[in-house]
Write a protein that binds this ligand. Structure first.
Ligand SMILES: Cc1cc2nc3c(=O)[nH]c(=O)nc-3n(C[C@H](O)[C@H](O)[C@H](O)COP(=O)(O)OP(=O)(O)OC[C@H]3O[C@@H](n4cnc5c(N)ncnc54)[C@H](O)[C@@H]3O)c2cc1C
Length: 444
């Protein structure tokens, strides 16, 4: 059987790996628009500083990425984040440690006493009767109060999705949170119940020696395929048996095709095949995000923690800053320090259009006000993602169910990727594995 995979991000590569594991005789053709593999997972070396264009790692509390790493013989490449970098900060009007336990929550100046009591009242709040989709903001206001939502949930949503709590669906983007209410009657009750059941630590941020590109390279070494790099697929069309893949003036006939590209790119690929599916795909919205990396040979600031998230009220030019060299020390040469600044998102979408110099200036101004860092960086890096992260608004789950049902009209055509059922690397790997199972089980 000949199978084409379009897109070589972690979704496409994990699908390829598991497909080959399921059936070693499958002939794989992998198409990638860029000259390099990995999509948003890419590490760039600037004078010895390693900057990630996208995410710096994945959490160990979901099994998928760790399992993939083990399955492909890459466990020796893993890198655990530093324990000293567990401390997180939140910036409202100043830097505040993010309270990570009940004692610290009681002591934090981030909320007043009545606001804290309102949060604790969640324990006695009845659960919502319907499972109707709602925004994270509406969920937060209902269960935890406005103040908590506008500080903690606002910062978290910007940090993970580059969006705002009033835009994102709690069911689609934070399914565990929604489940805790549905299954246990509330967040605190749910967390207590889960703590009793699950021994051991929650999740630790994991990555790879030398950055996320390391696992991408390792997967490349372990996938046997006909690689078509630097060849954007232009169109996928149906034949009596299978599909035609058109790229760089050539057409290849395959039995099945897996589209593992962003939804707007997938829309373009299937435009001729199925206009309705293309329109459904095109309706998936994306948040723009810019990443600025700064490295210093000799920085006089401890950067003792994980980093800082900001709230909308903070009036800082960025969503957050990751203290990269404190989290994974190999990200900067010996003793040197580096950070990555995230700007834009739905909070300030126009930021992504700024030129690199402006983004660096804004980052430095923000670092000066929030952390007192004024030193000139010795290494700089900028990556702009005009369509960085899919949005997961209210209605997302229903929209994805509908478009997946529509895709089923085309036997042997599969959609996978971060636009549908989870954006984290773990989610992409899980959906890649599930897609591989479907492809392997497919009978033409
Ligand atoms: C700034 C940022 C920070 C993040 N931080 C984290 C984090 O800390 N932890 C975490 O778990 N996740 C993080 N994520 C999310 C996670 O990294 C992504 O969701 C995931 O890597 C997406 O993988 P993918 O394969 O689905 O898509 P992509 O990585 O987007 O890959 C899709 C590929 O398809 C290719 N393509 C597009 N069109 C075509 C075409 N016509 N023909 C051929 N190829 C095509 C693209 O070039 C690309 O290589 C972050 C994302 C971003 C942007």
């Amino acid at each position: 059987m000949r199978v084409a995979i379009i897109g070589s991000g972690i979704s496409g590569l994990s699908t390829a790996f598991y497909l080959q594991k399921a059936d070693n005789d499958i002939e794989l053709l992998i198409y990638e628009a860029n000259a390099h593999l990995g999509g948003t997972m890419r590490t760039v070396n600037v004078d010895g500083f390693l900057f990630e264009e996208g995410g710096n790692g994945f959490l160990s509390n979901k099994p998928d990425m760790l399992q993939l790493v083990e399955d492909c013989g890459g466990s020796h490449l893993l890198m655990r984040s530093e324990d000293a970098a567990r401390r997180r900060f939140i910036y409202t009007d100043a830097m505040h440690p993010l309270p990570d336990g009940p004692g610290k929550f009681v002591a934090t100046p981030l909320l007043s006493l009545p606001q804290k009591l309102r949060v604790m009242g969640e324990l006695f709040m009845p659960a919502k009767r319907s499972d109707e989709d709602e925004t994270l903001q509406s969920f937060g206001y209902r269960r935890l109060g406005k103040a908590f939502t506008n500080v903690f949930l606002d910062a978290m949503t910007a940090g993970i999705y580059g969006t705002t709590a009033d835009r994102v669906s709690v069911q689609a983007a934070f399914p565990l949170v929604a489940r805790l209410e549905q299954e246990h009657g509330g967040l605190f009750k749910g967390m207590l119940a889960r703590r009793k059941k699950q021994a051991g630590p929650g999740g630790v941020l994991m990555s790879f020696q030398g950055g996320t590109s390391t696992i991408i390279d390792h997967l490349y070494q372990n996938i046997r395929a006909e690689w078509h790099l630097g060849k954007p697929v232009e169109q996928v069309t149906r034949r009596a048996q299978g599909y035609d893949i058109q790229a760089a003036g050539q057409t290849q006939r395959v039995d099945q095709v897996i589209i593992a590209v962003p939804a707007y790119a997938a829309a373009h690929l299937v435009a001729e095949l199925d206009r309705e599916l293309a329109e459904q795909l095109d309706r998936i919205i994306y948040s723009p995000i810019a990443v600025v990396g700064l490295g210093w040979n000799d920085l006089d600031h401890p950067l003792d923690g994980f980093g800082v998230l900001t709230t909308a009220s903070a009036r800082l030019p960025f969503l957050g800053v990751l203290w990269d060299s404190s989290i994974f020390p190999d990200r900067s040469p010996n003793g040197m320090k580096s950070v990555r600044v995230m700007l834009g998102g739905q909070r300030e979408p126009e930021r992504v259009n700024h030129d690199p110099e402006t983004l660096i200036r804004l980052s430095r101004e923000g670092l000066s006000s929030a952390l007192g860092i004024d030193a000139e960086p010795d290494a700089v890096f900028v990556k702009r993602w005009p369509k960085g992260l899919p949005g997961y608004p209210v209605g997302h789950i229903a929209a994805v169910d509908a478009l997946m049902a529509r895709a089923e009209h085309h036997p042997g055509l599969h959609l996978t990727g971060n636009a549908y059922r989870g954006i984290a690397m773990n989610d992409c790997v899980r959906n890649g594995r599930l897609t591989a199972e479907k492809v392997a089980a497919f009978k033409a």
